[in-house]
Design a protein around this ligand. Structure first.
Ligand code: GLC
Length: 736
């Protein structure tokens, strides 16, 4: 290898470790992040009795406000708890949710935590370093509450744009999801906590989530959702995998030997343990399939991993070996994370640093979709109308197990249209933050936005109208469609008609349709922006911060352009409850329609133009790219220069896509960088392309194969901006 390539490769790999996710051990899989913990765990497990082994493979539902049975004195109200094995010095396991901060466990906890922006917002930041910072802060707060397992690391692809939990997922692309998700997981593991990675796999919708059957071929699976899991695992080294509720190609995910044994533990040689999702276990046979731990056993039909299991192992040696292996895997991940040597100590934590990080995260993720000279706003603006979105109270958050609340509690807490969870807004008012930016003689008025005529009347008397629009999403329920709910489209249209200088600020859990797009002058996507959202939105509106986010998901122009124009099966909140009790029949969701062409790849394959493309986002300055080149070698390297040739500091996300591989057309993100530059500054960027992203998965023995031939790459500011094209030959490569 020439020194140049070697230099790039080395530099690229080092960079890649942080930004392209190509970990140092990427050459095949001699040892999937095994560690000395494996030996220590084995020597500990061999000394255990079967009763002690059983203790490690089960956990109790530990919501102290919900659990009828008496709980051990050292239980902390949360998702689940496993008792210590004092005889052997094995500590208790206390598990709490993420991924948006330390969960308030649906209100059973009042101690507060930092409420970070949604995972989709983090995906929109395209910033793995930010993901690491948030993971580290979340772990610090969780440990200070006594927890040593963080149920975070949601890396399901946003395959279904109406999916109720899309706000908990990072993006529609496996590389973006894998790298950003992997860094968040790594931060938790580096903080002496076990991190999960979840939900394995294809839990892309909430409708019938306990019973729907995801159909997908092995190849398409490995080049999409499973690739995201693999990339995130290689970077994050999570101690635990959480299997999903749904079925995959027939079996329940938590009872699928194909997923848990053949792929995860054999093909990928995963050394950690598999825990079930809460009420996702169907029987002892799940242990045989590769499940290692029944979570919150009271929520299943039976505590399967209990006396029944112990009795069965007396006669079933295979099951007994699985029991021992499961216990050893749990111990191995506890030792690998350092839980024995670094116990979580309950102690107070100053919330200020968390709040500042949450605001920084919101600033890094806000996406400016459209701007016809309306933004940034002038601080000497005279008459401003602010409408809708409960902007006078706070910013929207998503519902479900990931819900976080600061100690002050929610700004708004109201019923969630039939879903189990409630609609909550965090105490971070955009209106207050806007007011703080304005001069003393400004006239700032607010209207709730419930009535189009009233909102339009106020807007007609203002110099500028800022209208907030919300789309509440929650675990357990999908969006019925992609239109803004509660008649908000009509309010926006009325306001835009009354005042052409209208700015729309979206607070959504995923993509939405925008029938009014051409009638407004600016559109900003703020996502669920967390406890620092109000000030962050105002900073971007008034130009005190450059909009730094780029879309992590495609915004379609019509649901008819999607692989499934309508959600499979009905969208009934009660169905989730019924499906949880498995009292309804399952149904197939055919992901083979799009296969691995999720999101922008589907639109490219169909030749359909979206409303706003994956990777899109505007800046207040201008960036140019030059000297784009792709260098073949053992690992393909990409180099280019980015320059801020505008008149102010700003951020950009230059993205590299391949769109033809050895004669096969198909769009894929293969590398990117997140860059902040002062005006006039430039940066030479060198990135490494992971063969798993450039290639196609062939088989468990071969892994991913990069075909030799002529390739066409482009460097652009989004998947729809092929600004700099580079064609070159690429030699064949393999990666397992
Ligand atoms: C939930 C979620 C999972 C969460 C777990 C514990 O139902 O599916 O993401 O970690 O239960 O709350």
């Amino acid at each position: 290898m020439t020194s140049l390539v070697k230099g790039y490769a080395l530099a690229g790999t080092m960079l890649a470790t942080v930004y392209c996710g190509l970990p140092a051990m990427a050459k095949g899989r001699p040892e999937a992040f095994a560690s000395k913990a494996d030996a220590a765990a084995a020597s500990l497990e061999v000394r255990m009795t079967d009763e002690e082994r059983l203790n490690m493979v089960r956990s109790t539902f530990s919501r102290t406000d919900r659990t009828a049975k008496p709980l051990p004195a050292d239980v902390i109200s949360s998702a689940s708890y496993t008792a210590p094995v004092t005889r052997l010095g094995i500590p208790a396991l206390r598990e709490t949710d993420g991924p948006l901060g330390v969960s308030w466990v649906s209100g059973s906890r009042k101690d507060g935590a930092t409420a970070f922006p949604s995972s989709l917002a983090l995906g929109a930041s395209w910033d793995p370093g930010l993901a690491y910072q948030i993971g580290a802060r979340m772990a610090l707060e969780a440990r200070a509450k006594g927890f040593n397992v963080l149920l975070t690391g949601g890396v399901n692809l946003v395959r279904e744009p109406r999916g109720g939990r899309n706000f908990e997922y990072l993006s529609e692309d496996p590389l973006l999801t894998g790298i950003v998700g992997g860094q968040g997981i790594r931060a938790v593991q580096d903080s002496h906590m076990i991190s999960t990675i979840k939900h394995f796999a294809f839990n892309a919708q909430e409708t019938g989530r306990h019973v729907y059957n995801a159909l997908i071929s092995d190849n398409a699976a490995h080049d999409s959702d499973l690739l995201a899991f693999r990339l995130a695992m290689d970077i994050g080294k999570p101690g635990a995998m959480m299997c999903a509720y749904n079925r995959v190609n027939g079996p329940q995910a938590c009872g699928s030997s194909a997923l848990l044994t053949d792929i995860l533990k054999t093909e990928w040689r995963y050394p950690g343990f598999v825990m079930s999702d809460w009420s996702a276990v169907r029987g002892i046979s799940d242990l045989g399939a590769g499940l290692d731990r029944q979570s919150a056993e009271e929520l299943d039909a039976r505590p399967y991993f209990a006396e029944d299991l112990l009795k069965a192992t007396r006669t079933d040696q295979q099951l007994h070996r699985r029991l021992r292996d499961g216990a050893r895997r749990v111990l191995r991940s506890m030792l690998d994370a350092g839980i024995f040597d670094h116990p979580a100590i309950v102690q107070p934590v100053d919330p200020q640093a968390g709040k500042e990080l949450a605001e920084k995260a919101a600033l890094g993720s806000i996406v400016l979709l459209k701007n016809e000279g309306a933004l940034p706003l002038l601080k000497n603006a005279r008459r401003i109308a602010v409408i809708g979105g409960f902007a006078n109270d706070g910013v929207l958050s998503g519902g479900g197990s990931s819900q976080v609340q600061p100690v002050e509690g929610p700004a708004i807490n109201m019923p969630g249209n039939g879903a189990k969870h409630r609609i909550m807004f965090h105490r971070s008012s955009p209106l207050d933050a806007i007011r703080a930016k304005l001069g003393k003689d400004a006239v700032l008025q607010y209207d709730q936005g419930f009535y189009p005529a009233a909102a339009a009347d106020m807007a007609s008397r203002a110099d500028v109208a800022i209208i907030f629009a919300t789309q509440w999403m929650t675990e357990g329920l999908d969006a019925a469609d992609l239109s803004l709910p509660q008649g908000q489209d009509a309010v926006i249209a009325a306001v835009a008609k009354a005042n052409p200088n209208t700015i729309v600020v979206l607070e959504t859990g995923g993509p939405v349709l925008m029938p009014w797009k051409d009638q407004v002058r600016a559109i900003m996507e703020a996502w669920y922006s967390g406890i620092g959202g109000g000030p962050a939105i105002a900073d971007v509106l008034f130009g005190d911060a450059d909009p730094a986010g780029r879309l992590p998901v495609t915004f379609p122009a019509s649901e008819d352009d999607l692989p499934r124009p309508r959600l499979d099966d009905s969208n009934d909140p009660e169905r989730d409850l019924a499906s949880q009790s498995q009292t309804i029949a399952g149904f197939d969701v055919n992901y083979n329609i799009e296969g691995s062409d999720v999101g922008y790849r589907w639109f490219a394959r169909k030749g359909v133009k979206p409303l706003f493309p994956f990777g899109h986002g505007l800046s207040y300055t201008h960036f140019s790219y030059s000297d784009f080149a792709v260098h073949d070698g053992p690992y393909v390297q990409v180099t280019f220069t980015i320059r801020n040739d505008g008149d102010r500091a700003g951020s950009d996300v230059p993205q590299v896509y391949v769109r033809n591989r050895a004669g096969t057309a198909g769009l894929r993100l293969v590398a990117w960088d997140k860059v902040a530059l002062e005006k006039g500054a430039s940066k030479l960027v060198s990135l490494t392309i992971d063969p798993k992203v450039l290639g196609d998965w062939k088989s468990k023995n071969t892994g991913w194969v990069v075909p030799a031939g002529n390739y066409e790459f482009f460097l652009g500011s989004s998947s729809g901006d092929p600004r700099n094209i580079f064609k070159t030959k690429i030699s064949s490569k393999k990666e397992r």
